[in-house]
Design a protein around this ligand. Structure first.
Ligand code: HEC
Length: 173
């Protein structure tokens, strides 16, 4: 018997376990885009609201699905609009960040596993998507065109492609 083999195997297993554990936590370190780097300092419009389920009936399996929990942050440029009343037309420079949690326990512990972002671009940038750009993760790059994101968000076309606004929150949470 060579204990060193077992030692090595054990070490390997604990290191891979550590990697798996780290992979499930969001990495809020590698972002180089200042447009959303400090979103944690913005207004959390879901503060004191437990936002979960599938109030629109459209969430499907995205955004952690109907069992997921979410927090939505907005920067100062879009704040008055998102907290205002219809029509919700966001100015260029608005950034909306959605933190996603697997379940209630993760939400209560404030341990998100994922994040999606919408950035309102200059006029004429993406007319089919009301000039929104899309980011699939804190460290991801902005995509001016993302048919997956914009296709589903176009359901909220009356509200400038944004589901979560003051009316939505009042109605559902
Ligand atoms: C299948 C439909 C669907 C797809 C695909 C989708 N979303 Fe959403 N998204 C929603 C719904 C529905 C909400 C409202 C949240 C809820 O149900 O509580 C939402 C909310 C958001 C919000 C918060 C602002 C808002 O509109 O409420 C952001 C930001 C967001 N999504 C970004 C993205 C990005 C980026 C992508 C692509 C990587 C994406 N979404 C793909 C359905 C979708």
């Amino acid at each position: 018997m060579k204990p060193s083999i077992y030692l090595k195997a054990g070490l390997f297993l604990s290191i891979s376990g550590l990697i798996v554990a780290c992979a499930s936590a969001p990495d809020y370190s590698g972002n180089t885009d200042s447009r959303w780097a400090n979103f944690k300092n913005w207004t959390k419009i879901t503060e004191n609201r437990t936002s979960t389920g599938d109030p629109t009936g459209f969430v499907s399996t995205v955004h952690k699905g109907r069992d997921g929990y979410r927090d939505v942050y907005v920067n100062d440029i879009g704040l008055a609009v998102i907290q205002g009343t219809a029509p919700y037309n966001y100015p260029a420079g608005t950034v909306i960040v959605k933190e996603q949690f697997d379940d209630l326990a993760a939400f209560e512990a404030q341990k998100p596993t994922d994040l999606t972002i919408m950035v309102k671009l200059r006029n004429g940038a993406t007319p089919d998507a009301k000039n929104w750009g899309w980011v699939a993760g804190y460290n991801a790059k902005l995509e001016e065109t993302n048919a997956f994101c914009s296709g589903c968000h176009s359901i909220a076309t009356q509200n400038d492609f944004v589901f979560t606004n003051e009316d939505f929150l009042k109605q559902h949470y």
